[in-house]
Ligand binder design. Structure first.
Ligand SMILES: Cc1ncc(COP(=O)(O)O)c(C=O)c1O
Length: 456
């Protein structure tokens, strides 16, 4: 039974148990409520508003673009802003990824990559190709549509839709803090996690596998978790050995968020397809894309049928492409990615002090994509039971302080496990990081006090 806290209007909100504060406007890293209360947007919505709110340059650009053209369908027309955006995205991706298939968001993008992988093998090997399964991981998130949810390994999000999902194989995540092998070092976890890919391929037969999908740095499922470089070296080697495409899901970690243009660059990873969305347009308009190699593109589009059997009406709409291109130009010009790396390191160092609170179990991440995991017992890593509502308490205490975190859970067994993702706009200043930290620390202190008696 819900507590019916959501506003009573015509909107079908996501969660009836949530009081939805009304936001009047956004300015830089702040969201401003109708009562004038200022919140630091500590998660950029969900790692989306990368250059912050209320950017005048984007507003002016959008006005000009709207006055020039409303919409063209990508199946019939091309527009300069679409071409420029594709060129810019390619320049941000690892070398060799040079064909951009536009969509309108992250789920559409991962699902596009999935279909692209399947069509690649059909075009290459003929209709009889048996390669179709996508191997993915537990504790991963790739989207909410049925194809992307089939690849997703977040139990809570899958459970009730299970009968509708394709039963794709899943292997363990490089979630070092709770790795299933008892590995002591991140390198060991990285190696053992990559080895599972080979075992899983052998189990199913490589003739039945089209692709493997991974996030470079995990988003909502186990925020901030990442492997060492060796993981992606091994993945590349295994994918080549068994003739399988490697899809990197950069929906959350890409577009500058981790202190590199794409998070793949931290590991010198070499995927066949990269998937981007969210921060690509900094949330000023919906956009996503699957960016593939020449081999994938030419097999389907040059040597093959020349027709990718897929598409969405709003995909590649000129306004979204124009805005995304402008966002990337601003990020380059104002050196926000460099800033992200500097402020990310600075914030990470400050966060180390939070281990003084007994409920803080693990802090990990890259750039300004940082996860904080909460535990009942720092020594044993025992999670809180779900009734303690730790993620809810932390979130409410943060909001009271004027900080918006991105809460989540279920990383232990689908139900237990509480964490937050910190992902403020990447143009945040040092002073604003100090303020963010101050608010977070107060919220964690208050939550620790509220949990006295429950903490081990
Ligand atoms: C890594 C990752 N992939 C895919 C998605 C799905 O994107 P969207 O919500 O835009 O459909 C998300 C969303 O959080 C994500 O974090």
């Amino acid at each position: 039974m819900s507590s019916n806290k959501a506003p009573k209007n015509c909107v079908f909100y996501r969660n009836q148990n949530w009081i939805y504060p009304r936001i009047e406007k956004g300015e830089g890293i702040y969201l401003i409520g109708e009562n004038g209360k200022k919140y630091i947007d500590g998660c950029s919505g969900s790692a989306v508003a990368n250059i912050g709110h209320g950017n005048k340059e984007i507003a002016e650009f959008a006005k000009g673009h709207i006055e020039r053209i409303a919409f063209t369908h990508l199946s019939r027309w091309t527009v300069d802003s679409i071409e420029k955006c594709a060129e810019k995205i390619v320049s941000w991706c690892p070398k060799g990824l040079n064909h951009v298939y536009f969509v309108s968001g992250g789920s559409e993008a991962t699902e596009t990559a999935m279909k692209m992988a399947r069509q690649y093998y059909v075009e290459r090997d003929g209709n009889k190709s048996s390669k179709w399964k996508i191997i993915s991981k537990w504790n991963s998130y790739h989207g909410a549509t049925l194809g992307s949810l089939s690849m997703t390994g977040t139990i809570g999000r899958r459970k009730i839709y299970d009968p509708l999902l394709t039963n794709f194989p899943k292997i363990s995540q490089f979630y070092h803090y709770r790795n299933p092998w008892g590995a002591r070092t991140l390198e060991e976890t990285s190696i053992l996690a990559a080895k599972e890919l080979e075992t899983e391929i052998q189990r199913h037969g490589s003739d039945n596998i089209a692709a493997f999908i991974s996030e470079p740095v995990v988003g909502s499922a186990a925020p901030g978790s990442h492997p060492e470089k060796i993981y992606f070296d091994m993945v590349r080697e295994i994918c080549d050995k068994y003739d399988i495409l490697f899809i990197m899901d950069e929906v959350m970690a890409g577009s500058g968020r981790t202190g590199k243009k794409m998070a793949s660059n931290h590991f010198d990873a070499k995927p066949d397809i990269i998937v981007v969305a969210k921060g690509l347009s900094s949330g000023y308009t919906p956009i996503g894309a699957a960016v593939c190699s020449s081999e994938v593109f030419e097999t389907i589009m040059v040597r093959g049928s020349g027709n990718f059997i897929h598409g969405h009406t709003y995909a590649g709409n000129p306004l979204s492409c124009g805005i995304a291109n402008k966002v990337m130009e601003i990020i380059e010009r104002d050196k926000f990615i460099e800033n992200c790396a500097v402020q990310g390191n600075y914030l990470m160092k400050k966060l180390e002090d939070l281990y003084n609170y007994p409920i803080v179990g693990d802090i990990r991440g890259k750039g300004l994509m940082i996860g904080v995991e909460f535990v009942k017992d720092q020594e044993t890593k025992e999670p809180f039971d779900v009734f303690s509502n730790v993620r809810g308490k932390i979130t409410n205490n943060c909001l009271e302080e004027g900080l918006v975190p991105y809460p989540g859970g279920g990383s232990v067994d689908g139900v237990r496990g509480d964490h937050i993702l910190l992902a403020p706009p990447i143009n945040i200043t040092k002073e604003e990081v100090d303020l963010l930290y101050e608010k977070l620390e107060k919220a964690i202190k208050k939550t620790s006090e509220e949990l006295q008696g429950v903490i081990a």
